[in-house]
Design a protein around this ligand. Structure first.
Ligand code: HEC
Ligand code: HEC
Length: 367
């Protein structure tokens, strides 16, 4: 009895300081002054709807399995699903969209019933959880280019995206390759500038190319999705996929592609990845994904874009493959530097990008 009582009082005490807090003064958050009434409303809503997962202090708990995503530690002030590159602070629209639409395949469900005033208040309160918002201002969003392909050239776009994914952009350095090794070599060597080292080594140290590989992020170790059997969290539909690929994902080594790929190629990867996510659950998904012509729809025989994507390559844009000069690394299946070797414009303290051990858990179904 005594023990229960003690536990009960300590639980009360643990939550007490949070309950007492109130905002009396306006706050400067991301360079914008926010009134205390809005913050108090946001705090009230956060306690009602969010602390169950994110905790009173917003610290959440990271998932232990890299294939899963635990409630975010909101005190970090890093956000994955935004429209602003380089780990800059996101816009209100970005945070409101995440809360409204939820994150697919995680416990964070969509909240379509929240009105925009409440969403706005929640977002302002979320900002008070991280000191980044007192010191920095919001980044500049990437404005999407219009889709240059259109419905009539859908197959061509998919085929081109297939080539860019496996060749020019080398998305397979973190996500799976959907083509076998020899084909991948063909695509990848076509993208390397003349005189560059062979990519054989990189492929060798990539480990099992048909699976994603665990990467280090600001949130802990993360297994990037296999688009055939994993879920994407926020990148729903062409617009969402474009945003994720163009902007990259804050706090992770997934880079910004907007300035590294032409608008055509960026949109082409959107078409290809969208097609992959549509194949999810289909028994012949892997076989279909390995071909540039993934469906039997109109223009199914059009494969002009399936040639190795070398004709537009600017060597400066080609992700460099990690050079392996440590002989001990021969036994490790992953390269030593972050994914495609692209410099992170805003390094994240303590995060190098890639885990050095070999554990590569599969993303479990139904996350
Ligand atoms: C049932 C658990 C759960 C609840 C309730 C929940 N979240 Fe989350 N939230 C998550 C998980 C899990 C993630 C992390 C996903 C990831 O890392 O990919 C997340 C991530 C986030 C992010 C980061 C988004 C980004 O771009 O990186 C924000 C912001 C957020 N939640 C805010 C909220 C707010 C505000 C509420 C209340 C309206 C809320 N969450 C309620 C589980 C929850
Ligand atoms: C350096 C590693 C790396 C490279 C290279 C990379 N990605 Fe990613 N990508 C990730 C990580 C890590 C995640 C998962 C982030 C998370 O959920 O925590 C991810 C997630 C994604 C998502 C899902 C976003 C969501 O809403 O869940 C898409 C789509 C995606 N990547 C597309 C691509 C494409 C297309 C390319 C090539 C143009 C690419 N990625 C290259 C690391 C990478």
């Amino acid at each position: 009895m005594m023990r229960e009582l003690l536990l009960f009082t300590s639980a009360l005490l643990a939550s007490a300081p949070g309950c007492a807090e109130r905002f009396d003064e306006p706050q400067l958050l991301g360079g914008v002054v926010v009134q205390p009434e809005i913050l108090n409303r946001g705090m009230q809503l956060f306690r009602r709807d969010c602390t169950g997962c994110h905790g009173d202090d917003g610290k959440g708990q990271a998932a232990k399995n890299p294939a899963e995503r635990g409630p975010r530690d909101l005190t970090l002030g890093f956000y994955k699903f935004t429209s602003v590159p380089d780990n800059r602070l996101p816009t209100d629209d970005d945070l409101m969209r995440t809360i409204r639409e939820g994150l697919d395949g995680t416990q964070m469900v969509a909240r379509p019933e929240l009105n925009s005033a409440d969403l706005h208040a929640l977002v302002q309160y979320v900002k008070t959880l991280s000191t980044r918002w007192s010191n920095e201002s919001t980044g500049i969003p990437i404005v999407p280019d219009p889709d240059p392909w259109g419905v009539g050239r859908r197959q061509e776009a998919i085929a081109r995206g297939f080539a860019v994914y496996h060749g020019l952009a080398q998305c397979w350095t973190c996500h799976p390759s959907y083509v076998p090794l020899d084909r991948l070599q063909e695509f990848a060597s076509a993208t390397l500038p003349a005189g560059a080292d062979s990519i054989d080594k990189a492929i060798q140290f990539r480990g099992d190319i048909t699976r994603s590989r665990v990467v280090e992020t600001a949130y802990g170790d993360v297994l990037p999705p296999d688009f055939l059997d994993g879920r994407v969290r926020a990148a729903k539909g062409p617009e969402g996929l474009y945003r994720a690929i163009a902007v990259g994902l804050g706090g992770t080594p997934m880079p910004t592609w907007k300035d590294r790929l032409s608008s055509e190629d960026l949109w082409a990867t959107v078409y290809y990845v969208r097609e992959l996510t549509r194949l999810r659950g289909s028994p012949s998904a892997r076989a279909k994904a390995a071909s540039p012509v993934m469906t039997s729809g109109d223009n199914a025989t059009h494969s002009a874009g399936a040639q190795p994507a070398n004709e537009t390559v600017n060597p400066a844009l080609v992700p460099k493959i990690a050079k392996v000069d440590d002989p001990a690394a021969e036994s490790r299946p992953t390269p030593k530097t972050s994914g495609a070797g692209l410099p992170d414009p805003r390094p994240i303290p303590g995060v190098t990008g890639v885990r050095k051990d070999a554990a590569q858990p599969r993303e479990s179904e139904g996350l």
